[in-house]
Design a protein around this ligand. Structure first.
Ligand code: GUN
Length: 281
C-alpha cells in the first residue's frame, strides 16, 4: 500500500514555525518584508502572486505588491529593483516569471541583490547551491527535500531521476539530490527512450507540465514518485504529470496534485524571507 507525501500538512507545519520566527523578529523590532513584483496580465501569475501574498499575511510577513503594466520598460523595472535593493524594510524581492516579451529575465534576476533573492534565482545563490553551502534554497526543490525528510525517505545512494531541466526546478533539484549523496540522472524533452531511465528510478521527480505523462509502465515498483506538474485535465481539473490512479498502487510514496509539492514551494518562500529578515536583525 502506498503512502501519500502530504504537502498540505507538511507546509502547515513549516508555516507554523515561520510564524513563530516572525513573532520573535517582531519582538526585536524587525517585521519581515517581501516585495512582490508582477509585470503584465498573465492570469496564472496573478493567481500565484495572490497566493504568495495570502501566505505572507497568514504568517505575519508584510508583503507589498508592485503591479506593473505590460508595457513597462526594462529600465523602469530595473529602477524599481534598485530602489527595493536599497530599502532596509524590504528583506526579500520576488519578481514573478515569466516576464512579458521585451524584458530580459536574466538581467532582471541578476539585478536583485543576492541577499534579497528569496527565489534563489541569482547566479551567485545558484553557485552557492552548486557548492552545497546555502544562503537560500530554491523553493520547489527545498520543499521536495523536506517532504522526503519528513517521511524519513533517505536519498543517499538512491538513483534519483529528474525529468525536466529548468533553472527553477530540474537543475536545482538535481543539485540538492546530488548534495544529499544520491546518484542523479536528469532527463528532458530530447532524452531518448525515457522509460528506460524512469524504470530504474528509486525516486522519480517529474517536472514536465503534461497531464498523464507518467504512466504505470514507466515506474519501478516500490519507488517514490514526486509530481511537480500543475496542469489541467480535459475536464479542467487541476492535475499533475502523473497518472495517479494507475501509478500510485505501484509506489511506496507518492505526492498528490493538488496538495503535494505546490504548498511546499509556497512555504519555502516564507522560510527564505524570514531567513533574510534574520540577517537584517
Ligand atoms: N514562475 C513560476 N514559478 C515561479 C517562482 O517560483 N518564482 C517566480 N518568481 N516566478 C515563478
Amino acid at each position: 500500500m502506498y503512502k501519500i507525501l502530504d504537502g498540505k500538512t507538511t507546509a502547515a507545519e513549516v508555516k507554523a514555525k515561520v510564524a513563530e520566527d516572525v513573532v520573535e523578529l517582531k519582538e526585536c523590532g524587525v517585521t519581515p518584508g517581501l516585495a512582490v513584483i508582477i509585470v503584465g496580465n498573465d492570469p496564472a501569475s496573478r493567481v500565484y502572486v495572490d497566493n504568495k501574498e495570502k501566505d505572507c499575511a497568514q504568517v505575519g510577513i508584510r508583503s507589498t505588491e508592485y503591479a506593473l503594466l505590460e508595457t513597462t520598460s526594462q529600465e523602469e523595472l530595473l529602477s524599481l529593483i534598485h530602489k527595493l535593493n536599497n530599502d532596509p524594510e524590504v528583506d526579500g524581492i520576488l519578481c514573478q516569471l515569466p516576464l512579458p516579451l521585451g524584458l530580459d529575465e536574466k538581467t532582471v534576476i541578476g539585478a536583485i541583490t543576492p541577499e534579497k533573492d528569496v527565489d534563489c534565482f541569482h547566479p551567485e545563490n545558484v553557485g552557492h547551491v552548486m557548492q552545497g553551502d546555502y544562503t537560500f534554497l530554491p523553493c520547489t526543490p527545498a520543499g521536495i527535500m523536506k517532504l522526503l525528510e519528513r517521511e524519513c525517505v533517505d536519498v543517499s545512494g538512491k538513483h534519483c531521476v529528474v525529468i525536466g531541466r529548468s533553472n527553477i526546478v530540474g537543475k536545482p533539484m538535481a543539485m540538492l539530490m546530488l548534495n544529499a549523496s544520491a546518484t542523479v540522472t536528469v532527463c528532458h524533452s530530447k532524452t531518448r527512450n525515457l522509460a528506460d531511465y524512469t524504470r530504474c528510478a528509486d525516486i522519480l521527480v517529474s517536472a514536465v507540465g503534461k497531464a498523464g505523462f507518467i504512466t504505470a509502465d514507466m515506474v519501478k515498483p516500490g519507488s517514490v514518485v514526486i509530481d511537480v506538474g500543475m496542469n489541467r485535465n480535459s475536464q479542467g481539473k487541476l492535475c499533475g504529470d502523473v497518472d495517479f490512479e494507475n501509478v500510485a498502487p505501484l509506489c511506496s510514496y507518492i505526492t498528490p496534485v493538488p496538495g503535494g509539492v505546490g504548498p511546499m514551494t509556497r512555504a519555502e518562500l516564507l522560510v527564505n524571507t524570514v531567513s533574510a529578515a534574520k540577517k537584517r536583525k
